[in-house]
Ligand binder design. Structure first.
Ligand code: PLP
Length: 397
């Protein structure tokens, strides 16, 4: 059952939940896993059955027993009233925002948000008459001073998945209490194993299941979980937009959930070890990892999270593009790519200064985001050490 606790090590029984929730072998001829149901049409034996809206499976778009199983696992992990599935994390974000915004409304969004979320607000939402304002991710209770009469939603991503600012969810939701504002949190980084936004006061939690839930870089999927207040509109919007996740992707994501706890523990330890190693390397200007005591939001992290994710960033001193290329083009283990969450390590050079609009990004060096996978630690360190030395050489430093 969901636990109301947000604190370490895990909510009670979470490993058992991941192992046993969302499947009923006796309904599947004894097979451990619920198989892939491929189906659009469901046939009804009688007119009574056809007209009985309480029958769960009425048409393929509304899901199969596998859908129910995965929704159930995520709801229990997040302590949510209910969950819906989407074909990607971005589809989950757009469905969630459309469930609580109408023409004339305003949404406040953390300036550290994942860039496609920003693009959605600046394009589609704007065209539909919803305005967006971006705010300082470290704002906390001060958010009450910037809400307007039309603010209906606040979108958080904690930590920001590129620059790793933590948002103070209890302070923000506390300051907004009593106002008709829905708080949404993208929780892809920590997963519900390490951070439980609903217990901290949020209304809706979103995951790019593509990342840690799936865990193997081979599936796109998103989830949206809501409390009792936000769930009815979420379900209606999800249904009317025709959002549905494919049976195969739902199966593979469910399979990923079975090993989420062991994978997250391993990712957490490895990422932290590599972050500490980077912090000790000469020439590294900053390591942006909330579990490090050097991180500006470390106290908030220690208060609200019970563990950290696979992903963090580090910064090297300013140098031309050729130095970045010298670093990344010759790496042997780290792949270069936009996603993360798989078994394999990834790196992504990025320029946050070009993205921010509310608070300028003042770090002048080049930022590299890494996802730490399951290769040998010595090999990963050697790969980065080689990259750093090529970087400085190419920069003439
Ligand atoms: C990748 C990502 C998304 C989008 O997920 P997709 O499944 O790629 O659409 C959303 N939020 C964060 C933080 C992500 O890293």
């Amino acid at each position: 059952m969901p636990s109301s606790s947000n604190k370490p090590p895990y909510p009670a029984g979470i490993e058992t939940l991941l192992t046993h929730a969302g499947r009923v072998p006796s309904d599947q001829a004894g097979f451990v896993n619920t198989p892939v149901y491929r189906g659009s049409t469901v046939v009804f034996e009688t007119l009574d059955a056809l007209e009985d809206n309480s029958i769960r499976y009425r048409y393929g778009r509304q899901g199969t027993p596998l859908t129910t199983g995965l929704e159930d696992i995520v709801s229990q992990l997040e302590g949510a009233e209910g969950t819906v599935l989407a074909p990607s994390g971005v589809a989950a974000i757009s469905t969630a925002l459309l469930s609580c915004l109408s023409a004339g409304d305003e949404v406040l969004i953390t300036d550290s948000v994942y860039q496609p979320t920003r693009d959605l607000a600046d394009t589609v939402l704007k065209r539909l008459g919803v305005s967006a304002r971006f705010f300082d991710p470290r704002m906390g209770a001060g958010i009450a001073e910037i809400v307007s009469d039309t603010t209906r939603a606040v979108f958080l991503e904690s930590p920001g998945s590129l620059t790793f600012e933590i948002q103070d969810i209890p302070a923000i939701t506390g300051a907004l209490r009593g106002m008709d504002i829905t708080t949404l949190v993208d929780n892809s980084w920590a997963t519900p194993l390490f951070y439980r936004p609903l217990a901290l006061g949020a209304d809706i939690v979103i995951h790019s299941g593509t990342k840690m839930f799936v865990g193997h870089s081979d599936v796109m999927l998103g989830t949206v979980s809501a409390n009792a207040r936000a769930l009815p509109n979420l379900k209606k919007t999800h249904r009317s937009l025709g959002i549905t996740a494919s049976p195969d992707d739902t199966y593979l994501t469910t399979r990923g959930m079975r090993t989420l706890a062991v994978r997250m523990a391993e990712h957490r330890d490895r990422a932290l070890e590599l972050a500490r190693w980077l912090e000790a390397q000469e020439g590294v200007s900053a390591v942006l990892h909330p579990a490090l005591s050097s991180h500006p939001d470390h106290a908030l992290f220690a208060r609200d999270f019970s563990g950290s994710g696979s992903l963090f960033s580090f910064v090297l001193p300013p140098a031309p593009r050729a130095a970045i290329a010298a670093f990344v083009d010759e790496l042997s283990l780290f792949g270069m790519g936009y996603s993360w969450g798989g078994f394999e390590s990834l790196i992504l050079p990025s320029r946050p200064a070009n993205i921010r609009t509310a608070v300028p990004w003042t770090e002048t060096g080049n930022l590299f985001r890494v996802h730490v996978g399951f290769e040998d630690m010595e090999g990963l360190e050697a790969d980065l050490a080689g990259g750093i030395s090529r970087y400085f050489k190419a920069a003439g430093m």
